[in-house]
Design a protein around this ligand. Structure first.
Ligand code: ADP
Ligand code: MG
Length: 228
């Protein structure tokens, strides 16, 4: 479960990131985060994996609770527990953030190694995830050799390899044509069916109209609607 309680975030220079945002996402939900460019979607996602924290002194809190009852509260969490939290949250970054000097296989394997996996388990899991994201034939290509859709799928493969409880995706279909976007959505549908909590930022209206999930709509840093 992800809870935001009166969360505000002001960037240096007094840029409003988000302002007094309160909502709750239950375990296993698939939620869209919508809003125009600059509305605060990325800022909100960063608070979930605690790369950003609520403005100090204003009482806002982010609380993430995993199905095994572990609780991470932005009001009291230390750095080592942030690392622990992030092991159970897969993030598909807007700009991918792939390791450019490693091939697809190694990009995915890396995510497992930092979780302490190795050996046969790691190899099997990488193969399985590459198969599921349609990348088996690209396993030994480097990021600069991949199409936009393939880079996007590599970013997704890496985010989901460790079987995180929560997957956050920041405009994962943003740079893709329809066919590639559909392929990417299918991956998220399967993850959701398997019980993963998914929060997907998007402003792709066509996509939103076809998928019956709850929307959190951001506007100039404020949360406007909680239900569609
Ligand atoms: N690192 C940053 N420094 C200063 N301002 C930022 C930073 N990141 C985002 N902002 C500002 O915060 C607001 C929300 O941005 P963002 O969360 O990236 O929106 P979105 O993802 O919806 O496009 C915008 O006004 C943006 O300019
Ligand atoms: Mg953004």
């Amino acid at each position: 479960m992800i809870q935001f309680l009166h969360v505000s975030h002001t960037y240096e220079g007094a840029w409003k990131g988000i302002e007094d945002v309160t909502f709750r996402i239950d375990a296993g939900e698939f939620v869209f985060l919508t809003g125009a460019s600059g509305a605060g979607k990325t800022t909100l996602l960063k608070h979930i994996y605690m790369e950003e924290r609520p403005d100090p002194g204003r009482g806002g809190r982010v609380v993430v609770t995993f199905p095994d009852d572990r609780v991470y509260d932005s009001a009291s969490i230390g750095l080592s527990r942030v690392q622990e939290l992030r092991r159970d949250i897969g993030v598909v970054f807007q700009d991918f953030r792939l390791l450019t000097d490693r091939d697809v296989w190694d990009n995915v394997a890396f995510a497992l190694r930092v979780r302490g996996h190795g050996g046969r388990f790691l190899r099997r899991r990488v193969e399985e995830v590459l198969d599921r994201t349609g990348l088996t034939h690209r396993a030994h290509a480097h990021p600069h050799e991949l199409s936009g859709g393939e880079q996007q799928r590599t970013a997704i493969a890496r985010a989901v390899a460790g079987e995180p409880y929560i997957v956050l995706a920041d405009e994962p279909t943003g740079n893709l044509d329809r066919e590639n976007a559909e392929g990417v959505l299918d991956i998220f549908r399967q993850l959701h069916a398997a019980g993963t909590t998914i929060v997907m930022a998007t402003h792709d209206l066509e996509l939103l109209d076809r998928m019956p999930h709850r929307r959190l709509q951001m506007e100039h840093g404020h949360l406007r609607t909680r239900w569609f």
